[in-house]
Design a protein. Structure first.
Length: 294
């Protein structure tokens, strides 16, 4: 499989995350709490992942590798916790722009840990992505700059943990089958969420049956598919380009809010979407040239 195929796989993983904000808004509108939504998301996601492992009959991972993958699920779970905490005091526009800082944090991680200094084209890609994120989130017109320090801190922590998760998806368990790796990562994330948000809601059958449809969709698009796609693609594209490709999250989030929730989307927001897609293309072209020449 060629490098650009893996780039598309990571891109689709980012698109899956873009679905989540719409699903979470629908769940909140139905009267469910953060604990119920987050807990059901990770519980259903881990269950779906293990069912897939059993059906596919993949070989087991070494115990040491399994432990590393379980621990790598910690930032996976923390990202959801921190981001939902930030939404308690920040509006969605500002929160997602702060979370979006993973784009340049991932490149910084690659520079620090892999000694890969970012090229001018990658830096240009990041600048275009950040400019597009401000427009796509409608930050300039929504007055989102007024915010609490606590909310900003939570969103920044979410950005850091999401970057760590992408980094670990690229580095840990490279020889582990992708589906088994996904199951272990999602289990680590579920344990982390349950330690922070004890799942007492599972004792109420009416709550469980009501939140189950949302938990299924959130678990599928937020817990199963992204780690699976990242496990396949990240080792081949690296965390620097990987974080750029996962910027596909925001255009999908804007499109879903317009199509499903019926929220008005200004032309500046669509311009931001186009800028983000352009930034992804710029970052990917820089990596594809050397392989094409070889």
């Amino acid at each position: 499989m060629k490098r650009w195929h893996y780039a598309w796989i990571v891109f689709l993983g980012g698109c899956c995350y873009g679905v989540l904000s719409t699903m979470v808004k629908l769940a909140y509108a139905a009267g469910f709490t953060v604990t119920e939504v987050t807990g059901s998301q990770y519980a259903v996601g881990a269950l779906l992942a293990w069912v897939a492992v059993i059906i596919t009959g993949r070989k087991r991972a070494r115990s040491r590798s399994s432990l590393k993958l379980l621990l790598s699920g910690i930032p996976f779970g923390l990202t959801g916790i921190f981001y939902y905490q930030s939404l308690q005091t920040l509006n969605a526009s500002l929160a997602i722009v702060i979370l979006f800082q993973f784009v340049w944090i991932g490149t910084l991680f690659e520079w620090l840990f892999y000694k890969n200094k970012p090229s001018r084209q990658k830096l240009l890609s990041i600048l275009v992505l950040l400019a597009g994120s401000v427009l796509a989130a409608n930050l300039l017109q929504s007055g989102g700059l007024a915010a609490s320090a606590a909310g900003i801190l939570w969103a920044l922590l979410a950005s850091l943990t999401f970057t760590a998760f992408i980094f670990l998806s690229s580095a840990v368990g490279r020889d582990t089958p992708a589906m088994l790796k996904t199951a272990l990562l999602s289990t680590g994330g579920m344990i982390t969420v349950f330690l922070c948000f004890p799942p007492v809601f599972i004792l109420d059958l009416s709550t469980v049956s009501g939140v189950a449809p949302y938990g299924f969709l959130l678990g599928l698009f937020g817990v199963v598919l992204p780690p699976l796609l990242f496990s396949i693609g990240m080792p081949h594209v690296g965390p620097g380009l990987g974080t750029i490709l996962t910027a596909s999250e925001l255009p999908v989030a804007v499109s879903m809010s317009a199509l499903v929730l019926g929220e008005p989307v200004a032309w500046l927001q669509w311009l931001g979407v186009l800028l983000i897609l352009g930034g992804i293309v710029i970052g990917n072209r820089r990596r594809s040239r050397p392989s094409a020449a070889s």
